[in-house]
Write a protein that binds this ligand. Structure first.
Ligand code: FES
Length: 128
């Protein structure tokens, strides 16, 4: 969990340690519905929805990631929006039924995590 402190450096060196420093895991910074920030370890190739759920964040994902329920709705930080592949028309249509839609809205099940998304920052949208 990430609670607002400084972000972990990419490599940690301990004095008198003979092992090579290990690169850190890629991560997502997610703000939950209570305003708490979490650093979520991320595996390449999993969807952002799967990663948030695996960390215990309250993403219902009722359709299991099929793009049919909109219960994985989040708001993407403005600095990251241009780094994502554009939403498909089906995703936009589903987002369009939500009262909580914003310009930054995305369905996290439709975002495959990749190296280029290391540090992706988002906020979980309200239920509804
Ligand atoms: S999990 Fe249902 S639309 Fe994303």
């Amino acid at each position: 969990m990430f609670s607002g402190g400084p972000v972990t450096p990419s490599l940690i060196r301990l004095p008198n340690c003979r092992r090579e420093p290990q690169p850190r895991m890629p991560f997502i910074i997610a703000t939950d519905r209570n305003g708490n920030r979490h650093e979520v370890e991320a595996l390449i190739g999993r969807s952002v929805m799967e990663l948030l759920r695996a960390d215990g964040l309250p993403i219902e994902a009722l359709c299991g990631g099929q793009g049919a329920c909109a219960t994985c709705h989040c708001y993407i930080d403005p600095t990251w929006q241009s780094k994502l592949a554009p939403a498909t028309q089906d995703e936009l249509d589903l987002l369009g039924i939500l009262d909580t839609i914003r310009a930054s809205s995305r369905l996290t099940c439709q975002i495959p995590f990749s190296d280029s998304l290391d540090g992706l920052t988002l906020t979980i949208a309200p239920e509804g």
